[in-house]
Design a protein around this ligand. Structure first.
Ligand code: PMP
Length: 404
């Protein structure tokens, strides 16, 4: 078991007071707080390692390159990839999905070909594909969900056709917390030789993810949601796919040779990393992943499941409160509404009590429409959250309900 008090001591921001009240930070689905080791690593990089990577002969450039490339191997180990060539650094989940949608459609899709996504995707796994509808002429097909917020797996094969080129699905819903049956989706897709992209933005920080066991073709996540710095993300792709895809952006770092007549591209993963990479971000992300590995992702999952179960039970004891997303297969996120209290008012009033939650459509407007709501209040948990904080949230909601 983990010692939450020890973990909380690693996160300086958690001792803040907000509006004169101790901060209760329950907006981890949006971004997580950073442990001191990550903050220290950023400082260390700028104080004693900083130099541009890959092309310098001097000491510092070598040191920065070593740190950056070692970080790639840390990411590789964390998600169980076969090779560090399969790890591409991006600015985040959004950029990683844009990279794949753009390169994949350019190489493999003709007008009328189809890409399947689910009804509970974040906008960043919808809009890049819609851009490709305009650019490449592809068509989006939507895998429906049940009222409980679970993917209707039996609908998948009905949607697959000879035109289906790729399936892109979230691993965990940022609104409902549902853990999708990703292995089954991948197994089905592969029976038809269709590759699968997994949006792991809300899963890698909560549950064990092993890309080889999962057998996904692409997997993407953001550093800032897994205790790492902002502006950094990861695209994992099987080498056999990444090899076939054309570059996404052009510039330095991603070339082998350049002339005005013909340019050739670098090998993996550099072909997809145009320009100076964020070597400070990558090393700080690696530090975050090592921090998590020290605690143990299984221990984190167990702790968060406990907090989630307690929060679900306590919230349901409030009159007229409805939870959206009632799958038994859930992690870390609770979306809810209280009859007669607008989600925005709830968020603002909770804030006056020092409680940070998210309100609104959570970048998932089509899902809101499917649920028949305009928005929800979302509490999302991380390794440092406690049952005592859940009590503060529940008491806060009870006080607000009385005001209305
Ligand atoms: N997918 C999911 C499921 C998410 O929760 C998010 C962030 N809320 C994203 C994609 C986009 O991540 P980012 O903004 O870090 O690129």
């Amino acid at each position: 078991m983990i010692n939450v008090n020890d973990i909380r001591a690693d996160f300086p921001i958690l001792s803040l007071q907000v509006h004169g009240k101790p901060l209760v930070y329950l907006d981890n689905g949006a971004t997580t707080q950073k442990p001191l080791c990550v903050i220290d690593k950023i400082r260390e990089m700028y104080c004693s390692v900083n130099a541009n990577v890959h092309r310098g002969v001097h000491f510092l450039s070598q040191a920065a390159t070593d740190e950056h490339e070692a970080s790639r191997r840390t990411v590789q180990e964390f998600i169980g990839a076969a090779s560090s060539n399969e790890i591409v650094f991006t600015r985040g989940t959004t950029e990683a999905i844009n990279l794949i949608s753009s390169s994949f459609c350019r190489e493999f899709c003709k007008p009328g070909d189809e890409v399947i996504i689910s009804a509970m995707e974040h906008h960043s796994n919808i809009v890049p594909w819609q851009l490709q509808e305009a650019i490449s002429g592809i068509k989006l097909r939507i895998l429906p969900i049940s009222d409980e917020g679970e993917i209707l797996l039996e609908e998948l094969e009905k949607l697959i056709s000879s035109r289906t080129k790729l399936i892109a699905v979230t691993h965990v819903s940022n609104v409902l917390g549902t853990i999708t049956p990703i292995e089954k989706i991948i197994e089905t897709a592969h029976r038809y030789d269709i590759p699968v992209l997994v949006d792991a933005a809300q899963s890698v920080q909560h549950i064990p993810v092993d890309v080889q066991r999962m057998d996904c073709d692409f997997l993407v996540f953001s550093s800032h949601k897994i205790y790492g710095p902002t502006g950094m993300g990861v695209l994992y792709g099987k080498e056999k796919w990444l090899d076939k895809l054309p570059p996404y952006q052009g510039g330095g770092e991603m070339i082998a040779t350049v002339s005005f007549e013909k340019t050739t591209f670098a090998g993996l993963p550099f072909k997809f990393e145009a320009g100076t990479p964020d070597y400070v971000g990558s090393t700080a992300l690696a530090t975050a992943l090592k921090y998590i590995s020290r605690i143990g992702i299984e221990n984190i999952a167990k702790h968060e499941q406990g907090v989630l179960a307690y929060a679900t039970e306590q919230l349901l004891s409030i009159d007229k409160l409805k939870i959206y997303g009632t799958s038994k297969n859930k992690c870390s996120v609770i979306s809810f509404l209280v009859d007669g209290v607008h989600h925005y008012d709830m968020g603002v009033l909770l804030d006056t009590m020092g409680i940070a939650v998210r309100t609104g459509h959570h970048c998932a407007e089509p899902l809101m429409r499917r649920l028949g709501v305009e928005g929800t209040v979302r509490a999302s948990f991380a390794v440092y959250n406690t049952r005592e904080e859940v009590d503060v949230l529940v008491n806060g909601i009870r006080r607000i309900v009385k005001m209305f």
